[in-house]
Design a protein around this ligand. Structure first.
Ligand code: EPZ
Length: 423
C-alpha cells in the first residue's frame, strides 16, 4: 500500500485548481441507468470511487468509456442484463446503494448488497428502503442483499426522519418513473442534490424544490440520455482553504465553489483567515496566530461533517480552546488518536471533541482510517516539525485527485512512496 511522506514547515504559495466533485459524479453515474442511449459526463475527477462505480456499471451490462485526459465519461445502459450490485464492489464503496433507485424505476427489480457500516458509523439505509416501499416496492433482506421488486412505482408523500443525502438522491432517482407526484419532506439540501435534480430535468424529468427541504417529483414515462458537467468539489476546495490557512500560506483556489462554502468561510474568517474573491479564483491567506473557534456539524447549509476532521487539525495549532461537535455520524473522530500521536491536545467526550491548541505538532508515522480523516493527517503533516509518514492512503485516493501533486506545486515537501518501493 502506498504511503505519503511529508516534511512539515513550508508555507503554501501559489495556485491550485479544484476538480469535479466525487459526491456529484456518483449519483450522475447512477442516473445513467435510467435510460438507453449515451450519457456523457464531463469534468469528471480521477478517483478510486469512480473507478469502482465504473466496474459496477460494467458488471450490470453497461458500456463505459472514459477519456481521462479530458475527464470525460460516457455510459451506455442499453443492455443492463444484471440489475444487481455485488458485495465485492459494494463493500469498497457504500455509494453503490445509489443504483437501487434507478434499477427499480427502470427494471422494476434490483438486488443490491447491503452496505455494511464503515469506520465513521453504522450508516443505515432504512430511509432509502422506506421511500421505495412508500412508492409500492416490495423490499426484503436476503443473505445480506437488499432485494426489491415492484410491478410499478406510484408517487408518494415521503417524510425523511433525517435529511439523508444519498437517501434523497435514491428516492429522486426512483420517483422520476413513478406514476403521479412524489413529495420528499425533510429532504437533504446539499449542492449535489440540486445538481442531480438539474441533470434529471435536462433528461426530461419534472423535479422542483431541489435545494430546499421539500422536493416534488412528477413521474414521467421516458427520459433521454444527455450530457452533464460535474460541479466542482466543495470539500476538496475547503480542504485546500485550510491547507493555506494552517501554513500561513497565500493560495489562489481556482474553480472554487465558494457559494457552496458559506459556513466554512464564516468559520475560517472567525479564526482570522483572510478570504477574498478575485477574478479567477478565491484567495486564502493564513494569519498567525489562528483563533480558536467552536464548530458544530449540520446538514447543508450547516458546517459540513466532511470538513470536521480538517478543521480539527487547524484548531489543534490554534491559540485557545475549541469545542467541535459532530452531530451527523456517531464515530467520526478516528483522526483524534492519530493527531494526539503528533502532540495534539484533544479530549473526546461523546459527540464533542475539546481541542486545546498547542504551539507545534511533531511529525510521526500515522495510519489513515477514512477519507476525510486522511486529509486531516496530511494537513497536520504540513505544519508538523519533522517527518510525517501516512500509510493506508488508499482512503485518501477515494476522494482527492492527485493531492500530493497539487500540494507539491504549492511548495509542500510531500512524496508518495509506491507500495512496491522499499521504505
Ligand atoms: C453522504 O453520505 C456523503 N456521501 C458523505 O460523504 C457525507 O459525509 C454524508 O452524505 C453527510 O453529508 C456521498 O454523497 C456519496 P447520509 P450518506 O445518508 O448519504 C443517517 C465523503 O467523505 N441515515 O446523509 O451516506 C446516517 O446514519 C462521504 O465523501 C439513516 O439513519 O450520508 C447519518 O447519521 C463520507 N438512515 C445521517 O443520516 C438512512 O437511511 C446522514 O447520513 C440514511 C442515513
Amino acid at each position: 500500500m502506498d504511503k505519503l511522506i511529508i516534511e512539515g514547515g513550508n508555507r503554501l504559495i501559489g495556485t491550485v485548481e479544484i476538480s469535479g466533485a466525487k459526491n456529484a459524479v456518483l449519483p450522475l453515474m447512477a442516473a445513467s441507468l435510467l435510460t438507453d442511449g449515451q450519457t456523457r459526463l464531463t469534468n469528471v475527477p480521477k478517483l478510486r470511487d469512480i473507478e469502482t462505480f465504473k466496474k459496477l456499471l460494467v458488471h450490470m451490462g453497461c458500456e463505459v468509456f472514459s477519456d481521462s485526459d479530458n475527464r470525460t465519461l460516457t455510459i451506455c445502459a442499453d443492455n443492463v442484463t444484471r440489475p444487481e450490485a455485488p458485495y465485492e464492489l459494494v463493500k469498497t464503496m457504500r455509494a453503490s446503494i445509489l443504483v437501487l433507485g434507478p434499477l427499480v424505476a427502470r427494471f422494476k427489480r434490483a438486488r443490491v448488497s447491503l452496505p455494511g457500516g464503515c469506520t465513521i458509523g453504522a450508516r443505515p439505509v432504512n430511509l432509502h428502503l422506506m421511500g421505495l416501499e412508500k412508492m409500492g416496492a416490495r423490499v426484503s433482506i436476503e443473505h445480506g442483499y437488499i432485494v426489491v421488486e415492484a410491478e410499478k412505482l406510484t408517487g408518494a408523500h415521503i417524510y425523511l426522519d433525517q435529511p439523508t443525502v444519498t437517501g434523497t438522491e435514491n428516492i429522486m432517482l426512483a420517483a422520476v418513473y413513478a406514476e403521479g407526484e412524489t413529495t420528499i419532506e425533510n429532504a437533504a439540501m446539499e449542492p449535489e442534490i440540486t445538481a442531480l435534480a438539474s441533470a434529471l430535468n435536462r433528461m426530461g424529468a419534472d423535479i422542483s424544490g431541489a435545494g430546499t427541504d421539500t422536493i416534488k417529483i412528477t413521474g414521467t414515462s421516458e427520459l433521454r440520455a444527455t450530457e452533464h458537467r460535474v460541479i466542482y468539489d466543495r470539500i476538496e476546495a475547503g480542504t485546500f482553504m485550510i491547507a493555506s490557512a494552517i501554513t500561513t500560506g497565500n493560495v489562489l483556489i481556482k474553480n472554487c465553489p465558494i457559494e457552496h462554502l458559506d459556513s466554512l468561510v464564516a468559520k475560517l474568517k472567525e479564526a482570522g483567515t483572510e478570504i477574498t474573491e478575485e477574478e479567477d479564483g478565491v484567495r486564502v491567506v493564513g494569519q498567525w496566530p489562528i483563533r480558536s473557534v467552536d464548530i458544530k456539524t449540520y446538514p447543508y447549509p450547516g458546517f459540513p461533517t466532511d470538513m470536521q476532521a480538517q478543521i480539527m487539525t487547524m484548531m489543534s495549532v490554534a491559540g485557545g480552546l475549541s469545542v467541535i461537535t459532530e452531530t451527523i455520524f456517531e464515530n467520526r473522530f478516528m483522526h483524534v488518536a492519530e493527531l494526539k500521536r503528533m502532540g495534539a491536545d484533544i479530549t473526546v467526550d461523546g459527540r464533542n471533541a475539546i481541542v486545546k491548541g498547542v504551539d507545534r505538532l511533531s511529525g510521526a508515522p500515522l495510519m489513515a482510517t477514512d477519507l476525510r480523516a486522511s486529509a486531516s493527517l496530511v494537513l497536520a503533516g504540513l505544519v508538523a516539525d519533522g517527518t510525517t509518514i501516512i500509510s493506508r492512503i488508499y482512503h485518501l485516493d477515494r476522494g482527492y485527485e492527485d493531492i500530493e501533486k497539487k500540494l507539491k506545486a504549492l511548495g509542500a515537501r510531500i512524496e508518495r512512496i509506491r507500495s512496491e518501493e522499499r521504505f
